[in-house]
Design a binder for this molecule. Structure first.
Ligand code: ADP
Ligand code: MG
Length: 549
C-alpha cells in the first residue's frame, strides 16, 4: 500500500512559481539566503520550544546548518537539525503562502507592479524553484519517529509520502535541489561561500560546507550573535548582511542603531530603519517585527515591543533580565518589556532627530518612506508627541522638508498661530482660495495631504506655544497680521455696499450657510467657504462624512 498523495499548490503559490520560472531573473542568489534563513529559524524554534518541553532539549552548540554540494550530480542540499515538520506542516507550509506580505506582493504584481522587485523582496522557500527543476524536502519533526518526504517540480502540484526513517535526518529538515542546467554553479564551493558570506554571515546558527567527494567539513560562519559584539568590531558589510537576514530585505538600511543599555534593565539592541517601504507597511495588523532574544536565545517575533508607528523598524533586542520561559501572557504585559520598549523608542526618536540634522539626504529618504507612519504617533502616543514634532517634516508654501522649528523661525510679525491646509493632495490644496489670506500676508502654510494629518492636527495642542490653525477656519489672529504692500492696494468697495451684498447673499443661500461676512483674507477670489473658528475643519468634515476629501 502506498501512502503517496499529490496535491495542488494554492493558486497564489502557482502564480508565484510561474513568475519565477518564466522571468529571466537577474539575482537568483537569493534562494540560498532564503533556505538558510528557514534552516536557522527552525533551529531557533527548537531551542525556544525546548524551554517549555525539556524532552526536546539539545546540547548547546549542537544546532547546525550543513550545506552539501555535489557538482558531479548537480545537486545542492541544505540540512538543519532544527524543529522539523510533520506531515501536515509540510502540506501547509510548503503549499501555501506563509507570509502575508508575499501575498500582497503577488497581488500587486497582478496589478502590474514590476516583477523585478521579486529579487529585492525575497519570496521564501519557493525561490528554490528559480535554480532547481525538482525540490525534495525530507523532514522529521523533533521527537517524532516517522519522517516525511515532500517533492515537487514546481509545476502546479507537490507530493507527500512517508520517508524511510533510516535514510531521513534524525531530527530536522533536508532540502535537496536538483539544479537546472544553467544553475550548476550553485553546487561549487566558491559560489556557495560567496553567497553565504554576503547574505547569511550572521545567521545565529553555524553554517558548514561539505563538498561531496572533496573536502571534509568546512566552517563558513560561526553563528555568533552579531548584536552582542562591540560596535567597533563590526564592519558596515556585516551590518548590511545581518540586516538582510533579519529584515528579509535587500535594500540598504537607512539607519543602523547598535548599542547596549545598562541600568534598571540590561539589553542589547541592533535595529535598522530600511530605506524602502516593505509591502505590508499598511497591513491593518500593524505588527512590528522586532526579534526578541533572551540571553541569545530567540524567544518571539510577536511581542509588541515598539509602538505601531515604528513598525517599519527591523532587528533584534536581546534581554538579560527576562526569564527564558516567558509565556504569551507575560509578553502581553511585562514591566521589563515595557521598560525596554520605552527606552528603545526614545532612543530611536532621538537618533532620527540627530540624523535629520547631520545627514539630511539620508533622513529625507526615511521621511519619504515612513513619514505617514511616524505621524500616526502624533495622535496615538501623546507622550511622544513632542519628540515626534522634532522629526516631522512638511511640504509648505515655502518649500519641502520644512520642520516646525523652521516654520517658527520664519514667523511673520504678529504671527501667533501655525497655519495648515488639509486636502487630498498638494496640488488641490495649493489651488484653493483658502490660502489667499495667508499668501497675501506672506504667512507660511503647512500643506497636509496624508490621511493621518486630519487626525493628529486636531488633537495636537500646538508647537512652541503656537496653536495649529486651519486656513478654512476663521481666525482673528491672521487678520491681525499686516498684508504685504502690493496686495493691499485693491480698490475698496464702501462698507455699506459690502454689507448690503452680504445680507442679500445670506437671504439667497438661507440655511446652507450659517453666516455671510466680509473678509480681508481674500485677494484674487471673490468668496470662499470657511469653517467656524471652533468647529471641525472642512477637510475633516468631509473625511468623517466618508466623502472624497
Ligand atoms: P517564511 O520563512 O517567511 O515563513 P518561507 O516560504 O521561507 O516563509 O517558509 C514557509 C514555512 O515553511 C516557514 O514558515 C516554516 O514554517 C516552514 N519551513 C520552511 N523551511 C523549513 C525548515 N528548514 N524547517 C522547518 N520548517 C521550515
Ligand atoms: Mg523563510
Amino acid at each position: 500500500e502506498t501512502k503517496r498523495e499529490t496535491r495542488p499548490f494554492e493558486a497564489e503559490v502557482s502564480r508565484l512559481l510561474a513568475m519565477m520560472v518564466h522571468s529571466v531573473y537577474s539575482n537568483r542568489d537569493v534562494f540560498l539566503r532564503e533556505l538558510v534563513s528557514n534552516a536557522a529559524d527552525a533551529c531557533e524554534k527548537l531551542r525556544q520550544k525546548a524551554l517549555s518541553d525539556p524532552a526536546l532539549a539539545v546540547e548547546s552548540g549542537s544546532l547546525a546548518i550543513t550545506i552539501t554540494a555535489d557538482p558531479a550530480a548537480r545537486r545542492l542540499t541544505i540540512a538543519d537539525n532544527g524543529i522539523g515538520m510533520d506531515h501536515d506542516e509540510l502540506v501547509d507550509n510548503l503549499g501555501t503562502i506563509a507570509r502575508s506580505g508575499t501575498r500582497a506582493f503577488v497581488e500587486s504584481l497582478e496589478e502590474g507592479a514590476d516583477s523585478n522587485l521579486i529579487g529585492r523582496f525575497g519570496v521564501g522557500f519557493y525561490s528554490a524553484f528559480m535554480v532547481a527543476g525538482r525540490v525534495e524536502v525530507v523532514s522529521r519533526k523533533a521527537g517524532a519517529a516517522e519522517a516525511w518526504r515532500w517533492t515537487s517540480d514546481g509545476k502546479g502540484s507537490f507530493a507527500v509520502e512517508p520517508a524511510d526513517p533510516a535514510a531521513a535526518p534524525e531530527r530536522g529538515t533536508r532540502v535537496v535541489l536538483d539544479l537546472l542546467d544553467d544553475a550548476e554553479d550553485y553546487a561549487t564551493e566558491a559560489t556557495i561561500e560567496r553567497i553565504v558570506t554576503a547574505h547569511s554571515a550572521h545567521v545565529p546558527v553555524p553554517i558548514a560546507l561539505v563538498l561531496e567527494g572533496g573536502l571534509a567539513e568546512k566552517t563558513l560562519t560561526d553563528g555568533g550573535a552579531l548584536w552582542r559584539k562591540a560596535k567597533s568590531a563590526v564592519t558596515p558589510e556585516e551590518y548590511r548582511a545581518f540586516y538582510g537576514h533579519v529584515g528579509h530585505a535587500f535594500d540598504e538600511p537607512a539607519l543602523t542603531l547598535h548599542y547596549r543599555a545598562e541600568g534598571r534593565t540590561e539589553y542589547s539592541v541592533l535595529l535598522f530603519v530600511p530605506s524602502e517601504k516593505p509591502f505590508d507597511l499598511f497591513d491593518p495588523e500593524r505588527r512590528n517585527r522586532i526579534k526578541l532574544y533572551v540571553r541569545r536565545v530567540f524567544v518571539t517575533e510577536d511581542a509588541a515591543i515598539l509602538p505601531p508607528f515604528l513598525r517599519f523598524v527591523r532587528g533584534v533586542i536581546d534581554s538579560e533580565d527576562l526569564p527564558l520561559n516567558i509565556s504569551r501572557e507575560m509578553l502581553q504585559k511585562n514591566a521589563v518589556l515595557d521598560l525596554i520598549g520605552k527606552g528603545v523608542t526614545n532612543r530611536l526618536l532621538s537618533e532620527l532627530a540627530k540624523l535629520a540634522e547631520s545627514d539630511k539626504p539620508a533622513f529625507e529618504k526615511i521621511w519619504t518612506a515612513f513619514g505617514p507612519v511616524l505621524k500616526e504617533g502624533l495622535y496615538e502616543d501623546p507622550e511622544r508627541r513632542d519628540a515626534l514634532f522634532e522629526i516631522v517634516r512638511f511640504r509648505t508654501t515655502k518649500g519641502t522638508m520644512r520642520s516646525l522649528k523652521d516654520y517658527v523661525a520664519d514667523l511673520r510679525p504678529n504671527q501667533t498661530e501655525i497655519y495648515y491646509a488639509l486636502g487630498a493632495d498638494e496640488k488641490t490644496i495649493l489651488a484653493s482660495p483658502q490660502l489667499e489670506g495667508c499668501r497675501a500676508r506672506g504667512v507660511e502654510v503647512l500643506l497636509l495631504a496624508d490621511p493621518v494629518d486630519a487626525f493628529w492636527v486636531r488633537t495636537a495642542l500646538g508647537y512652541d506655544g503656537k496653536p495649529f490653525r486651519s486656513v478654512t477656519q476663521g481666525s482673528a489672529a491672521l487678520d491681525a497680521i499686516p498684508r504685504a504692500e502690493e496686495a493691499a492696494s485693491t480698490e475698496a468697495a464702501s462698507d455699506a455696499a459690502v454689507a448690503t451684498l452680504g445680507a442679500r447673499l445670506k437671504q439667497v443661500l438661507g440655511d446652507a450657510v450659517s453666516e455671510v461676512r466680509p473678509s480681508t483674507r481674500l485677494v484674487d477670489s471673490p468668496v470662499c467657504l470657511v469653517a467656524p473658528e471652533f468647529g471641525p475643519d472642512r477637510h475633516l468634515e468631509r473625511l468623517l462624512a466618508g466623502r472624497e476629501g
